[in-house]
Write a protein that binds this ligand. Structure first.
Ligand code: DNO
Length: 349
């Protein structure tokens, strides 16, 4: 297992020097943030990022994310040119030594929360999602929710949602198939494993289709192209926000098939309705048995990348919600501790 940490580039107040001081830290997960979605990432920008990370004593093997343009998800005629750009980005990433590319296929919204500052009894704040709040929003009136960054204004958002009116789940699956059939051969040649991130939360929102929500969906994605390069970012917190999902069982199944190059570890407190908030990583703090999930990775002798996903805001830290230093660092140390204990008990560390 290789422990990694997300870094948002030179403007991130969480510096590479701080990240390196977290015990057991192998590398960074990052991206190029100043190239518009749909354009090719220049090789020079990628090698500069890699060299910066390496100079700080950390590896850069994983990119999160190379975003997929909405026209590709919608299957518009412009998709071929956009897929060609995406393919070229993968070639550049491969040339720079990148091994894994995380991406998602969620229409319009990436992850979505209804509040970024739910206060927990211990005084910390955290991200939360409330099913009724979202159900009561009429997207035509504009969506004022904090849980997503976007460059769309209200009018553009309305237009985009209107385009998705004719894109149901079946169509979205077709468009994912079209994308993967063209991208996976390029990834194979570039030495890259594409790792799809599940939908977060794992449910339709605002009438938009969502197709990566559970075990069956993951299985179906992998079947589109049966190649190690067509793989998963197994996100415990996203999948675990549906109590019907057994995350440890998914880890067992898909590691056995060699299809999890990258894992996000996050705990959530969830109810059967689908409301949830993010908690500290420890099993006792949330609904997910994090120890059982790490045990599943250990039983597979997992050698892929893991990162602590979001953390709470603690100790007065301010900044990008979910992405402060302190609670994510505690998460990394907790996960490393679990791993050491589990490996020792097995007699392999
Ligand atoms: C949220 C992240 C997601 C993730 C993308 C992957 O914090 O887990 O934004 O990076 O969905 O494409």
């Amino acid at each position: 297992m290789k422990m990694t940490f997300r870094w948002f580039g030179p403007d991130d107040p969480v510096t590479l020097a701080y990240i390196r001081q977290i015990p057991g830290m192998y590398g960074i997960v990052s991206a190029i943030y100043d190239v518009p979605v749909g354009e090719t990432w220049p090789l020079a920008k990628i090698t500069e990022l890699r060299d910066t990370v390496h100079a700080a004593g950390l590896a850069l093997d994983v990119i999160e994310s190379v975003p997929v343009h909405e026209d590709i998800k919608l299957g518009k005629p412009s998709r071929d040119a956009l897929i060609a750009n995406y393919a070229q980005t993968l070639r550049h990433l491969g040339a720079a030594g990148i091994k894994v590319v995380c991406y998602n296929f969620m229409p319009v919204f990436d992850w979505m929360r209804t509040t970024l500052e739910k206060r927990l009894p211990d005084g910390s704040t955290t991200l939360a999602f409330d099913v009724d709040t979202v159900a009561n929003i009429n997207p035509d009136d504009g969506i004022q929710l904090p849980g997503w960054d976007t460059s769309y204004d209200a009018g553009q958002l309305r237009a985009l949602l209107a385009e998705y009116a004719s894109c149901d789940e079946a169509r979205l699956w077709e468009n994912l198939e079209y994308f993967l059939q063209r991208i996976i051969p390029v990834a194979e040649e570039a030495g890259i494993r594409m790792a799809i991130h599940p939908d977060d939360p794992p449910r339709p929102i605002f009438g938009l289709p969502r197709i990566v929500k559970n075990r069956e969906d993951l299985e179906r994605v992998l079947a589109i192209v049966d190649s190690p390069a067509n793989a998963l970012t197994l996100c415990s917190g996203s999948l675990g926000a549906d109590t019907a999902n057994d995350v440890a069982a998914m880890v067992r199944e898909f590691t056995a098939r060699g299809r999890i190059p990258f894992a996000h570890m996050r705990n959530v407190k969830v109810n059967d309705k689908g409301d949830f908030h993010e908690t500290a990583h420890r099993s006792a703090d949330g609904s997910l048995d994090m120890a059982a999930i790490m045990q599943a990775y250990s039983d597979a002798d997992y050698t892929g990348y893991i990162r602590p996903d979001h953390g709470r805001m603690i100790w007065g830290e301010t900044g990008k919600p979910g992405y402060g230093l302190y609670d994510r660092a505690l998460g990394a140390v907790y996960l490393n501790g679990l791993w050491e204990g589990i490996r020792r008990a097995k007699g392999v560390a």
